[in-house]
Design a protein around this ligand. Structure first.
Ligand code: ZN
Length: 587
């Protein structure tokens, strides 16, 4: 099932083909890259930066190729602004301008610094998602001196770089004002290197290198002089400090973003790196990179544009409270294969929404339908590939396909959610009801329903819309019970006590067959018996009967959960238990 032998015409296969063709033209192995700036919670939209190259690399590995995926942690970027996140207050403003690895982590975090705190959350999600990569800390690279030759080269070539940038400066609208649709996305974009302001130009000339001040630690510095021969570089800082350093030994600064990115393409020999729409406008870093990369002896990699990922839901985590939908949050409700599948099924240039709201159970239904299709005889190659890419990864270390954990007994998410909602998460009660739902199979523990059951529990607790919640009455609605008509009273008596005539034509007591099938027969039978029909009689097209059944159901919902609707009645009765049902319905 996980072998992808048939040639496919989907985006993953096509990009994989193009990635190979590009690398072969340039006589180098395929190397895919992602860049993530851990400047705050990493939005699900930025997960596309990782998932697009991951899916392409995974496809090529399945074809037997060795492909490295690198993730550049852009943690030597400056701390631009204080995001609204828990554990952080206005005192963090003193750190603006410092590298992200020298800003303290939010209060309560045990991370060594700001960048590590937010990087770790994504790393853990990527592990769950089965993404294999080599992480590269740019703080580590710059401060260890790994890029010294490249920095000296960029300074030596600053005239050339300046004239390239000059050609684009008039076009430069893209990086400073990405075409965003809402504030949330603007925040997400601000995290990427695209939002870096300076390109290195200043009154004292063009210098593509920006030192961090040795006194105040920020990059509010301006290079005022540079001597190519000695590499003596003089800078002054906003804090008043002025210093001359030997650039050939200086490891406390970085190239400006528009030079840094192409330099790293060359350093790592990257051949494939997608980027967000904000990087791809006419004067943007990706556009400029085409001309800057050759200065470092490389070529701009293949770089498909990816569109935004929207989020539905997250009402409780509005941006005013600092809630950003991250991969870790999505994985609280979605099993990793489902999240992989969402990123695989849309072409990178198509935007899509991850639904965490009332629509989330539908995502599970669609996934379950895909799983059924791939298991059937008429499985289409596209469906098989979509399933395989979501449910497994090719492990580059062993060369074998590794299946990601899936729930052994995938019960409908909506059913799980409504039962968890009714039982308020009581395991014993949940097991009793779920076992009754499927009496043909023996369910002696909740384990085969996990992890989906746990995801559904978290969703009910944190995201389920209020109007979909079921609150079972603790006391009978005496006012409503006293106002019942004789027919309604008789209906309730029939439901609870039966018709006194033998089943199946008549109705027994409600507890006589306390199963999903038995209760279904009972609740539908009441209106039939009241109209002189057999309880088990199959009746079609009787509109009056159907209306009477509906009216009876509404009455039951009102008496049980103070609402006109609710979960399916047999499920609801099973969940409530017969004692409580009797106390709430006794006319
Ligand atoms: Zn300073």
């Amino acid at each position: 099932m996980t072998e992808l032998n048939a040639p496919l015409d989907d985006w993953v296969s096509r990009l994989a083909d193009e990635a190979v063709a590009f690398a072969e033209r340039n006589e180098t192995p395929v190397k895919v890259a992602s860049g993530i700036s851990p400047s705050g919670p990493i939005h699900l939209g930025n997960l596309r930066e990782v998932m697009v190259p991951h899916l392409v690399a995974d496809e090529l590995r399945r074809r037997g190729r060795t492909v490295e995926h690198i993730i550049s942690w852009d943690d030597f970027d400056r701390f631009r602004k204080v995001p609204n996140v828990p554990g952080v207050d206005s005192s963090w403003e003193q750190h603006i301008g410092k590298p992200l690895t020298r800003v303290p982590a939010p209060h309560g975090s045990d991370a060594a610094n700001w960048a590590e705190h937010f990087r770790r959350e994504l790393q853990s999600a990527l592990e769950d998602l089965g993404v294999e990569y080599r992480g590269i800390s740019q703080s580590q690279m710059y401060t260890s001196g790994a890029y010294i030759d490249q920095v000296l080269h960029a300074m030596a070539q600053r005239g050339r770089i300046d004239s390239i940038l000059e050609r684009y400066r008039t076009l430069d609208r893209g990086d400073s004002s990405p075409a965003t649709e809402n504030a949330e996305e603007t925040d997400a974009d601000a995290m990427s290197g695209a939002a870096e302001d300076a390109d290195g130009s200043g009154d004292s000339g063009y210098y593509p290198y920006k030192p961090y001040c040795s006194v105040c630690g920020t990059d509010f510095t301006t290079v005022t002089a540079y001597d190519d021969e000695s590499t003596a570089l003089t800078y002054e800082c906003r804090c008043g400090h002025t210093e001359t350093v030997a650039l050939r030994e200086h490891t406390d600064g970085k190239l400006v973003w528009k030079v840094d990115w192409p330099m790293r393409w060359a350093y790592e020999k990257v051949t494939f790196e997608p980027s967000g729409v904000d990087h791809q406008s006419p004067g943007s870093s990706f556009a400029v990179g085409k001309d800057v990369a050759p200065i470092f002896g490389w070529k701009r990699p293949l770089g498909p544009m990816y569109a935004f990922v929207g989020i539905r839901g997250m009402a409780k985590m509005s941006s005013s409270k600092g809630g950003v939908p991250t991969a870790a949050i999505a994985l609280r409700y979605l099993e990793p294969p489902l999240l992989r599948w969402l990123y695989g099924r849309k072409k990178p240039n198509q935007s899509f929404d991850v639904a965490l709201d009332g629509e989330l159970p539908r995502t599970y239904d669609e996934w379950d339908a895909l799983v059924r299709k791939t298991a059937g005889e008429k499985a289409q190659p596209g469906d098989i590939a979509a399933y395989a890419r979501a449910a497994s990864v090719l492990d580059p270390a062993s060369g074998a396909v590794r299946e990601l954990p899936l729930t052994p007994r995938p019960m409908a998410y909506k059913t799980l959610a409504s039962i968890v909602d009714i039982t308020t998460g009581d395991d014993e009660q949940t097991l009793r009801i779920l076992a009754a739902l499927e009496p043909d199979t023996t369910l002696t523990s909740l384990d085969p329903l996990r992890p989906r059951l746990d995801r559904a529990s978290a969703w009910v607790a944190e995201q389920m819309p209020q109007q979909e919640r079921t609150v079972v009455r603790t006391e009978p609605d005496t006012a409503l019970l006293e106002s019942l008509t004789d027919e309604q009273r008789a209906g309730l008596r029939l439901l609870l006590e039966g018709s006194g005539t033998p089943a199946p034509a008549g109705l027994g007591r409600l507890e006589d067959d306390w199963s999903l099938a038995g209760i279904t027969h009972q609740v539908y039978g009441v209106a039939k018996v009241q109209r002189g029909l057999g309880a088990d009689q199959i009746v079609k097209g009787d509109k009056e009967l159907a209306a009477a059944q509906r009216a009876f159901f509404v009455l039951l919902y009102r008496l049980l959960v103070t609402s006109d609707t609710g979960p399916r009645l047999p499920t609801l009765l099973l969940a409530i238990g017969s004692d409580r049902v009797r106390s709430l319905l006794h006319p």
